[in-house]
Design a protein around this ligand. Structure first.
Ligand SMILES: NC(=O)c1ccc[n+]([C@@H]2O[C@H](COP(=O)([O-])OP(=O)(O)OC[C@H]3O[C@@H](n4cnc5c(N)ncnc54)[C@H](OP(=O)(O)O)[C@@H]3O)[C@@H](O)[C@H]2O)c1
Length: 287
């Protein structure tokens, strides 16, 4: 299967590239050095040359707070850039899997979001991804939109990495306890996305590790499992205002994923594996 991937050097790309770098895949892995999504002609040429059966679009402007002050850039990359890829995919007859986000929802629900729930983003980042979803569904009715959430992994900065650093140097850390979601390990997400392609998935699919927690509960578990002595204090979002509004609740129902017979491990299990593979933490992970 010929696959072209945009976003190779990001957090998720770090685990998707090796997943697709072996038989039966022929991977063209592209990073921002190879192509800027905003360059319509280059995107089109690269796709025409690589003639992929599947295109995986992970590349995005993912700085959620940065998007608030750079609205034009957020839309140019996350929406217009995605449209460039979708139009090139249509011209080349390629299937497209677009990675999207729980931030397309406003977070007002208190039960898991279904794929049929209406988008109502509360941030510019969420808005740019939501608009991309809508446009991609128009351009390519067979597109697969894989929404995920709260990514962590080895390919870049992530929440557990930050908590480990803070907890090693401070006696107490404060973490918000009024935003609930599902942490997702890129090591688990990568093969699930590949399985979706193999299953010829289409439409919107929610792909996260199972279970949910608040950032505070996530941080508590990181500190507990790593055996660090820091205390974790729950605080409210109002106490720590950020430029972008985050959904208070963005748990994504796994029903759409289970329909493809794909099942994801729980986030605590994923966290345990992440911590076990972070050098230095291995020795101190407690049962
Ligand atoms: N991280 C999360 O918690 C999370 C949650 C839900 C959904 N998602 C979605 O999952 C996908 C992967 O996220 P991630 O965490 O792996 O993101 P990431 O680490 O920020 O990687 C995104 C990649 O896209 C590249 N990029 C940025 N602007 C570009 C442009 N104009 N043209 C081409 N490439 C560009 C970035 O390059 P530079 O680093 O050089 O800028 C980076 O390598 C994204 O679509 C994101 O929206 C992420």
């Amino acid at each position: 299967m010929r696959v072209t991937l945009f976003g190779a050097s990001g957090l998720l790309g770090h685990d998707l590239v090796p997943e697709l770098s072996r038989e039966p895949y022929q991977l063209t892995a592209l990073s921002i050095e190879d192509v800027d999504l905003r360059d319509h002609a280059r995107v089109r040429n690269l796709i025409r040359e690589s003639r992929p059966e599947w295109i995986l679009l992970l590349a995005a402007y993912t700085d959620v707070d940065g998007c608030e002050s750079n609205r034009d850039l957020a839309f140019a990359v996350n929406c217009d850039g995605a449209v460039n890829v979708a139009e090139a995919a249509r011209a080349a007859g390629s299937r497209l899997l677009f990675v999207s986000t729980d931030y397309v929802f406003d977070g007002s629900k208190r039960s898991p979001y279904q794929t049929s729930d209406a988008r109502n983003p509360a941030s510019v980042y969420g808005e740019s991804k939501a608009r991309a979803e809508e446009q991609l569904l128009e351009i390519l009715p067979e597109v697969c939109i894989a929404r995920t959430s709260w990514l962590f992994g080895h390919g870049g900065k992530c929440f557990p990495g930050t908590i480990l650093k803070l907890a090693a140097t401070r006696p107490e850390i404060s973490v918000v306890n009024d935003q609930r979601g599902s942490p997702t390990f890129t090591v688990d997400l990568a093969p699930a996305l590949v399985q979706l392609c193999r299953a010829s998935a289409r439409g919107i699919v929610h792909v996260t590790n199972s279970g949910d927690c608040t950032w505070y509960e996530f941080a508590k578990e990181i500190v507990r499992l790593s055996g660090l002595p820091a205390a974790v204090r729950p605080v409210t979002t109002a106490e720590f205002p950020r430029p972008a509004r985050r959904p208070a609740y963005s748990v994504l129902s796994p029903d759409s994923l289970h329909a493809y017979n794909i099942h994801m491990p729980g986030w605590q299990d994923a966290l345990r594996r992440y911590l076990a593979s972070v050098s230095g933490a291995t020795a101190s992970v407690v049962p």
